[in-house]
Design a protein around this ligand. Structure first.
Ligand code: IMP
Length: 443
C-alpha cells in the first residue's frame, strides 16, 4: 500500500494527466484501468511536450512500472506508434506491461463507430470515433479479441471470423474496404503481436506484488464521472466506467487496496461532444475562457464547450467516487473576471429546483444552473506556490467549493507549467504520493 486512484470529477479533460504525472514521480507504479485512446494528455516537462493516449505518463519517469490494465481497450496501432515515438525520443519503455486480458480495438470497431454516429445524425453522441463503444460492446457480447489472442494465429483468425459474423449487415457498406480482409487483418494484428509480445503480462499479479510490497501504486482514470456509462449523462457518455470503483475491476484489485481517491476538477466546467451541460456558457465569456484555458481536445482537437463551475454535479461525483481529495486545476484561467458564478442548484423546465443531480434524462436535459455569485480577482496566479500567495477572493472560491462538496482540496493548478501547482495543507497528511514532502512512497 498505498493505492491511490486519480479520477476525473467532471466530463473529462480536467487535467488528470498533470496530476498523475506529479504523483507518478513519487509512486512506484502507474496503472490505467479503463478507456482507451479516446483519452489523451499533454505533458510538458523539461521544455519538451509529450502527447500520450494509451501509455501511462509514468513512462517518462525512468524505471517505473507502467501498466495498461485489463479494463483498457487497446488500439494496437496507436500503442505501437506511441512506443516508437518514445523510443525515437530515447525514453526507456522497458517498464511497460500490457494486460494479456485487455481487449483490442479492431478495424471494424472504428468503421462501426463512424457509421453509428453518421446514422444517429442530429442525435449523435459526438464520440471520439476511436472505436471505443463497439469494442466494449464486443467485450460484453463475448466476441472481443484480447491482447493474448495476438500470440496465436489460429485463434486470432477464428475469433475474428466469429466477431465479424453478426456484423455482416452493418459492415456491408464497407465490404470492399481492404482493412476488413480477413487475411490482411490477421497479418496486421500478428505483426502488432510480435511488436508488443515483450510487454504482455499477467498485470494483475504485477500490481498485487507492488501493493503487497508496500509500494505506492497510482491508478490513472480516463474521462470523468459524468461520462460514466452507469452514472453519467447516458446515452451521452463513454462506454466504460471512469469512476474509482472501476479501478478495482480494470486492474484486478479489491476495494481494500485503495487508500485514497483524488477527484480532478477544473475551477470551471467543460464538456466535449453532445449531451446535457446545465451550466454551459455561450458568447464572448465562453470564448474568453476557452481561449485562456486552451480548451481544445488533445485527442480530436475539438473546441470544448465551456461553463461555470457546477457544484451539484461535483458533489455527485464526490459521492459516487468516495473522493478523499480534490485537485482543482486551471484556477488561473478565471483571473480577471469581476464575478464568478458557481452553480449550487438546478432549475428544471417546470420551475422545480433540484439540489441533487437528477436521475431522469429529460429533467437533466432541460435543467439550468442556479448560481451563487462570488467575487473575482484580477491577479495573475501563475507564480503562487502556497495557498497564502493566492488573493483572498481565490481562496474564498476554493473554500466555497470544498465546503459545498465536503472534500478537502489537496492540490491547486495555477498555470500550464509543471511546477505551477500549490500543494495544500490537506495533501500533507495523505498517504505518501500526494504531499510536497511525501512519506517515502516506497516506505
Ligand atoms: P467515446 O468515448 O469515443 O465513445 O465518446 C463518448 C463521449 O465521451 C463523447 O461525448 C466524447 O466526447 C466523450 N469523451 C471520450 N473520451 C473523452 C476524454 O478523454 N475527454 C473528454 N471527453 C471524452
Amino acid at each position: 500500500m498505498p493505492g491511490i486512484v486519480i479520477v476525473g470529477a467532471q466530463w473529462g479533460d480536467e487535467g488528470k494527466g498533470k496530476v498523475t504525472d506529479l504523483l507518478a514521480e513519487k509512486a512506484d507504479a502507474v496503472v490505467r484501468f479503463q478507456g482507451g485512446n479516446n483519452a489523451g494528455h499533454t505533458i510538458v516537462r523539461d521544455g519538451q511536450t509529450w502527447k500520450l493516449h494509451l501509455i501511462p505518463s509514468g513512462i517518462l519517469h525512468r524505471g517505473k512500472l507502467c501498466v495498461i490494465g485489463n479494463g483498457v481497450v487497446i488500439d494496437p496501432k496507436v500503442l505501437t506508434d506511441e512506443l516508437e515515438e518514445l523510443s525515437r525520443r530515447k525514453v526507456d519503455t522497458t517498464g511497460l506491461r500490457i494486460s494479456a486480458n485487455a481487449h483490442l480495438i479492431m478495424p471494424y470497431h472504428l468503421l462501426l463507430d463512424h457509421a453509428g454516429e453518421a446514422k444517429l445524425g442530429k442525435l449523435q453522441i459526438g464520440t471520439t470515433r476511436r472505436g471505443i463503444g463497439p469494442c466494449y460492446a464486443d467485450k460484453a457480447a463475448r466476441l472481443g479479441i484480447r491482447v493474448q489472442d495476438l500470440l496465436d494465429e489460429k485463434i486470432l483468425k477464428k475469433k475474428i471470423i466469429a466477431a465479424l459474423e453478426p456484423k455482416r449487415l452493418s459492415l456491408r457498406p464497407f465490404a470492399k474496404d481492404p482493412r476488413l480482409d480477413l487475411q490482411t487483418m490477421t497479418e496486421e494484428y500478428l505483426t502488432y503481436g510480435h511488436r508488443l509480445e515483450q510487454y504482455i503480462a499477467d498485470t494483475t499479479r504485477l500490481v498485487h506484488d507492488q501493493l503487497d510490497a508496500g509500494r505506492c501504486v497510482v491508478f490513472e482514470g480516463a474521462q470523468g464521472a459524468l461520462l460514466d456509462i452507469d452514472h453519467g449523462t447516458y446515452p451521452f457518455v463513454t462506454s466504460s466506467n471512469p469512476v474509482a470503483g472501476a479501478a478495482c475491476v480494470g486492474a484486478g484489485v479489491g476495494p481494500k487496496d485503495i487508500d485514497e481517491i483524488w477527484g480532478v476538477t477544473k475551477a470551471y466546467g467543460t464538456r466535449v461532444g453532445a449531451g446535457p451541460f446545465p451550466t454551459e456558457l455561450n458568447g464572448t465569456l465562453a470564448d474568453q475562457i476557452r481561449e485562456r484555458g486552451g480548451e481544445y481536445g488533445t485527442t480530436t482537437g475539438r473546441a470544448r464547450r465551456v461553463g461555470w463551475l457546477d457544484l451539484v454535479a461535483l458533489r455527485y461525483a464526490a459521492r459516487i467516487n468516495s473522493l478523499t481529495a480534490l485537485a482543482v486545476m486551471k484556477l488561473d484561467v478565471l483571473s480577471g473576471l469581476d464575478e464568478l458564478n458557481v452553480c449550487t442548484r438546478y432549475r428544471g423546465a417546470e420551475g422545480a429546483e433540484f439540489e441533487h443531480f437528477p436521475y431522469h434524462q429529460t429533467v437533466l436535459h432541460h435543467a439550468t444552473g442556479e448560481y451563487v455569485q462570488l467575487p473575482g480577482w484580477t491577479e495573475d496566479l501563475s507564480d503562487c506556490r502556497e495557498e497564502s500567495d493566492l488573493p483572498p477572493a481565490a481562496r474564498e472560491y476554493l473554500q466555497f467549493m470544498s465546503d459545498f462538496v465536503g472534500v478537502p482540496t489537496a492540490m491547486i493548478g495555477v498555470g500550464p507549467a509543471r511546477d505551477a501547482i500549490i500543494w495544500t495543507q490537506a495533501s500533507a497528511g495523505m498517504a505518501g504520493a500526494g504531499s510536497r514532502a511525501p512519506a517515502s512512497a516506497s516506505a
